[in-house]
Design a protein around this ligand. Structure first.
Ligand SMILES: Cc1cc2nc3c(=O)[nH]c(=O)nc-3n(C[C@H](O)[C@H](O)[C@H](O)COP(=O)(O)OP(=O)(O)OC[C@H]3O[C@@H](n4cnc5c(N)ncnc54)[C@H](O)[C@@H]3O)c2cc1C
Ligand SMILES: *[C@@H]1O[C@H](CO)[C@@H](O)[C@H](O)[C@H]1NC(C)=O
Ligand SMILES: *[C@@H]1O[C@H](CO)[C@@H](O)[C@H](O)[C@H]1NC(C)=O
Ligand SMILES: *[C@@H]1O[C@H](CO)[C@@H](O)[C@H](O)[C@H]1NC(C)=O
Ligand SMILES: *[C@@H]1O[C@H](CO)[C@@H](O)[C@H](O)[C@H]1NC(C)=O
Ligand SMILES: *[C@@H]1O[C@H](CO)[C@@H](O)[C@H](O)[C@H]1NC(C)=O
Length: 507
């Protein structure tokens, strides 16, 4: 069926005068001349091609034109010059976890040259500044283990060990420690980046400030980050908690009351400090309030938990003690448990984990009013159990009292979410061997729309990128007009031929 569908599309593209299929012969001879290791669909090692070309999101299996596997920034420079001379689009691939498969081009027809960074795996902590120098292909689990092994250091970042530093750190990056230490992006003190010109530069507050600014929020449009310099902190001890409030899902009213009680607690500056990380997870049959606290268990159990439990009690919500827990653990134990895998260690090559999914987000900078929350739980309670796909939602607290995320603004980085209070993620998936149904897209959209149709203002989270948005919608939801204007001006200077492109990239 696919070729029949593609042929008219291809003809239409050609008729419109778009770029014809790229000449792979010319590209491969250019890459060969520059001694850059690369793979093609026709490579004599078909297994290597399949492994590197397969997208994490099986719903969007875009096929690159070619994949390079460089070992040095200068090989990347050479490849960028080849691509530039042939007008071939380029995207970096770090962990490959893009929700939109942007690291494979993001489009069935784009024929992108992928710069796979799997050989950039260094993690070295400077033992005087505690700044970690980290290769652009390191996955989060290996990052956490690597810096912990060098002086018990930590960084704030997301929970999934297989996610890559390259996409995650340059498009936000939230973990339960982010209220304390900031988003992943905020810990970047410098980057080594290969620009469209082929130049390899270091960018920081002191040099190439525009590159430093743009890469933190829009790296996919501006260059290939080969090395990150990250300010680490001493690893904290953790109190990890989870309170089961699944009983609230008996009615939309009660579930709404439960969420609004959590919100009331979350905004109470007399108990909530940056040491608290908080989220509400929701499925068709479960609802839980969970997170981490960096402090003593006695403070948690004496002050923080009682305020949360009192708010829930006042709302008439019962906490099931059987499925609730409060535990002290080490930083690495906490990350391991949140990661949901037996270990944080991820293989350096041959990573094969996949999912077949569609997800999207809503973020708000003001507290939720009752109406959007009620409309949301109406869908959850009435339709959640007979949804056409498996689904879950997580509502994470980004802002609130003392949050370090909100301590920065857009003059610091090209990131639109510094004012976020809550970020909601709605995530639907099916088995790898199934086709993700249209009705599943509709269900996830319905969950999202239930909130957004009832709110004046909202935006979305850049790391939960939704490929169904037009470029213009994406600009508005992820960046906002002010950021896009400044980014566009820089794009014209730093990447005038627009080689770093995907369906939502900056033009
Ligand atoms: C299972 C799972 C769990 C997740 N959990 C969290 C979470 O807890 N918190 C959170 O905030 N997010 C989370 N995410 C979202 C995640 O942060 C994003 O999908 C992220 O962009 C993935 O980064 P990556 O390097 O793996 O992706 P890739 O697909 O490799 O890259 C994503 C985009 O960034 C570009 N890019 C990658 N590397 C570079 C580089 N070195 N230089 C320039 N551009 C680059 C790519 O070209 C592409 O456009 C999760 C995602 C998944 C699939
Ligand atoms: C590709 O380019 C080469 C040399 O420029 C040429 O000989 C060849 O015919 C081209 N192939 C296609 C499919 O356009
Ligand atoms: C710091 O690192 C240097 C070189 O990497 C090493 O020689 C030195 O012993 C280290 N110092 C400490 C205090 O670990
Ligand atoms: C943004 O942050 C900078 C630096 O911290 C500060 O000088 C500026 O006033 C802030 N701007 C706004 C609009 O808050
Ligand atoms: C699809 O995969 C599931 C496991 O995810 C398996 O149980 C099932 O048998 C598979 N079905 C087919 C038709 O391959
Ligand atoms: C809408 O967004 C603007 C700009 O961020 C903000 O000033 C205003 O308070 C918001 N209004 C509501 C009702 O959330």
């Amino acid at each position: 069926m696919a070729p029949l569908l593609l042929l008219p599309l291809l003809l239409a593209t050609l008729a419109l005068g778009a770029t014809p299929p790229h000449n792979i012969t010319t590209l491969s001879s250019c890459l060969t001349t520059s001694s850059t290791p690369f793979l093609l669909p026709s490579s004599p090692t078909p297994l290597a091609w399949t492994l590197h070309a397969t997208t994490f999101n099986a719903r969007l299996p875009f096929v690159p034109l070619a994949i390079i596997l460089p070992t040095t920034p200068s090989q990347i420079s050479a490849a960028l010059l080849c691509a530039s001379s042939l007008n071939i689009p380029v995207q970096a691939k770090s962990g490959g976890h893009s929700y939109a498969s942007f690291s494979s081009g993001g489009d069935a027809l784009s024929q992108t040259l992928v710069i796979d960074l799997e050989n950039f795996q260094d993690v070295t902590v400077d033992n005087t500044t505690y700044i970690a120098a980290v290769g652009g292909g390191v996955r989060l689990g290996n990052l956490a283990l690597g810096i912990y092994a060098q002086g018990e250091r930590a960084l704030a970042h997301g929970t999934c060990p297989g996610v890559g530093i390259g996409g995650h750190f340059t498009h936000g990056g939230y973990g339960y420690s982010s209220r304390a230490y900031g988003l992943a992006l905020e810990q970047i003190v410098a980057v080594e980046v290969v620009l469209a010109s082929g130049e390899v530069v270091t960018a920081s507050e002191e040099e190439n400030e525009d590159v430093y600014w743009a890469v933190r929020g829009a790296a996919d449009s501006f260059g290939i980050v080969t090395k990150f310099y990250l300010q680490t902190v001493p690893a904290p001890d953790v109190v990890q908690f989870s309170y089961d409030v699944s009983g609230a899902l008996t009615s939309a009213d009660l579930a709404t009351a439960a969420f609004l009680a959590v919100q009331k607690f979350a905004l109470d500056a007399s108990v909530v400090t940056r040491e608290l990380g908080l989220g509400v997870t929701i499925t068709a049959t479960s609802m839980a309030v969970h997170g981490t606290y960096f402090g003593s268990i006695s403070t948690f159990e004496g002050t923080v938990a009682p305020a949360l439990l009192a708010a829930l009690r006042q709302a008439g919500v019962r906490v099931s003690t059987k499925n609730s827990s409060v535990q002290e653990m080490s930083w690495i134990e906490s990350l391991t448990e949140l990661g949901g895998e037996p270990t944080l260690a991820v293989p350096l090559t041959g990573y094969e984990s996949r999912d077949n999914f569609f997800a999207k987000s809503v973020s708000v900078s003001q507290p939720f009013a009752q109406k959007p929350v009620r409309a949301y739980f109406d869908v959850v309670v009435k339709e959640g159990k007979r949804a056409p796909v498996d689904w879950f939602a997580i509502i994470n607290l980004y802002g609130g009292p003392d949050s370090q995320i909100g301590a920065r603004n857009e003059s610091f980085a090209a990131y639109g979410g510094f004012r976020d209070l809550w970020v909601v993620q709605n995530y639907g998936s099916v088995a790898l061997n199934k086709t993700f149904p249209q009705s599943g897209m509709a269900f996830i959209n319905k969950l999202n729309d239930a909130m957004t149709n009832n709110m004046p203002n909202y935006s979305a989270y850049l790391n939960y990128i939704d490929p169904t948005y037009t470029r213009e919608q994406a600009y508005n939801l992820y960046y906002g007009a002010g950021l896009v204007e400044r980014l566009s001006k820089l794009k014209a200077v730093l990447d005038p031929k627009n080689i770093f492109r995907n369906p939502q990239s900056i033009l």
